[in-house]
Write a protein that binds this ligand. Structure first.
Ligand SMILES: Cc1cc2nc3c(=O)[nH]c(=O)nc-3n(C[C@H](O)[C@H](O)[C@H](O)COP(=O)(O)OP(=O)(O)OC[C@H]3O[C@@H](n4cnc5c(N)ncnc54)[C@H](O)[C@@H]3O)c2cc1C
Length: 594
């Protein structure tokens, strides 16, 4: 089977059930010259326009965010997902990921950018009618008008559909009157166009989206929130007091609000993960540099084993995360192909909703880990606002909270997989039944096929068996009550992320090695990451088994199978981290160049 044929078969969630050919996996090494240029343009913009302005941005100098957005419009970085007929460039999703990654040097401005370019503009791109697109998209493309997305309410956060904001159609059918309050709205301080979600006639099933202009009478915003981080971004309440919104500004149809809200959040999640990746690479470079400059006991702290251990671990997690993100971006772009209409594109992104949720959790948690260890490497200076790592640490914290908290995304990962299986889109249950035999029969071992990182690939195949064993048993034991087993679902989600990230790193390394590239540091990072991913999965698997049954015989069978499925070759993790750290220090940052 050729790589192209394999690509066509790879549906969302299929990584769990199918073997993937290394050459079919997209990675940063496959970036086209055009893509590299887009990445460089974004990097240059950040170096010339964002970084020198950080002190002013962090103090929210009036007009600066808007000015920078307009400059981004001038160089074509706002319209990357806007169709060409409305002045955009309609680039592949890989480009959107790369831009999000590069933009992450300042958490606050990348939030401003994301709120405008992504969740603010995309509702109109994907759900607007011709007149709405005509009216708003060319102006969003240049930041002549700035966008915001208003879903959350004071009493409706994770339970977004529980919002009370109400819309009532006028007797003459010409306008809706909107009343309510939205909370935590990014860009609210200066946005001109809000996508607002409200219940028509207060009815949940009529949850709908509206394009609300700032100039409409009755629209106002609260004071700026005093936030822990991303201080340069504007976050305010949006207050709607008897706002008359023309019927022409209903987005999509009455009752389509949930579809719009969740699809837009889904498209935002993978870019948010890419932002986490960019932030983590930046923090690693900052920490590596500091470790070389700071001397204690007569030598740079970079010489100390425990400092190297941190740098090595940071790089390995970043590598796995990067491999997952671009593998998935490649899958989405392949699925989109030359489709131009918004509905077909959205369907392709939705196909990979499980992967998008995994990317959101992985990207935000790798970032959290890296900034935390980055502060530790700085010692007391990391606690000082004089140092960039302090801001990076504070800015990172929001990533686990918005676009669906990581708890909500951990629930979504297995439940969306199971839903796909129930709809007949993924033969998950058949595969789970197949694994039962492997659970009972110790002779049905996964084999090491002997290639590069063969032992790691064998370990990943076994982790797939763990997920199938747990998911199959959980579905049988709890049936429709499975959703209430949140801790169990979260553990299945964690094992899925462990295996998807490990497999992505393995396949990428194999692919590049076969191309004749020097992959020695990638091999080290993959070995280290996979080793620990298997260890973490063993603990999660044990917890899950004990929750599913208290029958001692059953526990013994499952734990026996889990032990076999998580058996792996001994790896010298201390030496690996030291070795990776040397490569980090040699380039003062992430040791892989695309
Ligand atoms: C700086 C910032 C910018 C933001 N920008 C925007 C924006 O532009 N537009 C917008 O609409 N919103 C925005 N938000 C809102 C953001 O998306 C919400 O804060 C987020 O969805 C969580 O909602 P909440 O804060 O009400 O927390 P809650 O939903 O109250 O959650 C509190 C805790 O309970 C957990 N929890 C909740 N439900 C469950 C469950 N079913 N199972 C298990 N655990 C659960 C959560 O994971 C969390 O740990 C922003 C928020 C911040 C802080």
């Amino acid at each position: 089977m050729t790589a192209t044929e394999v690509k066509k078969l790879q549906k969302g969630g299929a990584f769990l059930l199918e073997e993937t050919v290394p050459d079919s996996v997209f990675s940063p090494e496959d970036f086209s010259d055009e893509l590299k240029m887009i990445g460089q343009t974004t990097k240059d913009f950040c170096e010339n326009e964002v970084i020198p302005n950080i002190p002013k941005l962090e103090k929210m100098e009036p007009g600066l965010n808007e000015e920078l957005l307009r400059k981004l419009g001038d160089i074509g970085l706002l319209g990357i997902e806007i169709p060409e007929e409305y002045g955009g460039t309609d680039l592949p999703k890989t480009a959107a990921m790369l831009i999000a990654e590069e933009m992450a040097v300042l958490g606050g401005f990348s939030t401003t950018y994301g709120a405008h370019q992504s969740i603010g503009s995309l509702p109109t791109v994907y759900f607007g009618n011709a007149a709405q697109k005509e009216k708003y998209l060319p102006k969003l493309n240049t930041a002549e008008i700035i966008a915001a997305y208003a879903l959350t309410e004071p009493n409706a956060g994770s339970d977004a559909l529980g919002g009370q904001c109400k819309a009532v159609l006028s007797d003459d059918g010409k306008y809706y009157t909107l009343d309510g309050t939205k909370m935590w709205i990014t860009n609210a301080g200066f946005a001109d166009l809000f996508t607002v979600f409200a219940r028509v006639d207060g009815q949940k099933e009529k949850f709908s989206a509206f394009l609300v202009e700032r100039g409409y009478e009755g629209v106002s915003t609260g004071a700026e929130e005093h936030k822990m981080g991303i201080k340069s971004s504007s976050t305010r309440m949006l207050i709607l007091d008897k706002v008359k919104v023309p019927v022409e500004n209903l987005l999509g149809e009455v009752g389509q609000g949930a579809k719009i809200a969740f699809n837009i959040l889904n498209t935002g999640r993978f870019k948010l993960g890419a932002g986490g990746l960019g932030g983590a690479k930046n923090a690693l470079a900052i920490a590596a540099k500091y470790s070389q400059e700071r001397k204690q006991f007569g030598q740079p702290i970079a010489n100390f084993g425990m400092m190297q251990e941190k740098l090595g671990e940071m790089a390995a997690r970043i590598f796995a995360c990067e491999s997952v993100i671009y593998r998935t971006a490649g899958l989405i772009d392949d699925a989109i192909g030359d489709k131009k209409d918004g509905a077909s594109k959205l369907k392709c992104i939705e196909e990979y909703a499980v992967e998008c949720s995994m990317i959101k959790v992985l990207g935000s948690e790798v970032l959290s880990y890296v900034v935390d260890e980055g502060v530790q490497i700085h010692g007391g200076y990391g606690f000082s606002a004089e140092y960039a790592i302090e801001r990076a640490y504070r800015d990172a914290r929001i990533m686990r909270l918005y676009e669906g908290t990581n708890e909500i995304n951990r629930m979504l990962i297995p439940s969306m997989l199971i839903k796909r299986a129930m709809k007949g889109e993924l033969p998950l249950m058949q595969a789970a039944q197949g694994v039962q035999q492997k659970v009972m029969d110790a002779s049905l071992e996964e084999q090491n096929d002997g290639g590069l990182l063969g032992e790691e690939l064998r370990a990943v195949r076994n982790l797939k068996n763990v997920v199938l064993m747990l998911a199959g048993t959980a579905a049988m034991k709890f049936g429709p009550k499975l959703d209430a087993e949140q801790e169990l679902m979260a553990r299945i989600a964690d094992i899925l992320m462990n295996l998807y990230a490990s497999e992505s790193a393995i396949l990428r390394t194999r692919k590049l090695n076969a191309r004749g590239l020097d992959t020695s540091v990638m091999e080290e990072m993959t070995k280290l990451y996979t080793h620990d991913a298997v260890e973490r999965s063993a603990v999660a698997g044990r917890d899950a088994i004990c929750r599913m049954t208290d029958n001692e015989q059953e526990i013994a069978v499952f734990i026996g199978a889990l032990k076999r499925f998580t058996r792996h070759a001994t790896v010298n993790t201390i030496t690996l981290r030291r070795s990776i750290a040397q490569k980090v220090l040699a380039v003062t940052g992430y040791p892989v160049e695309a």
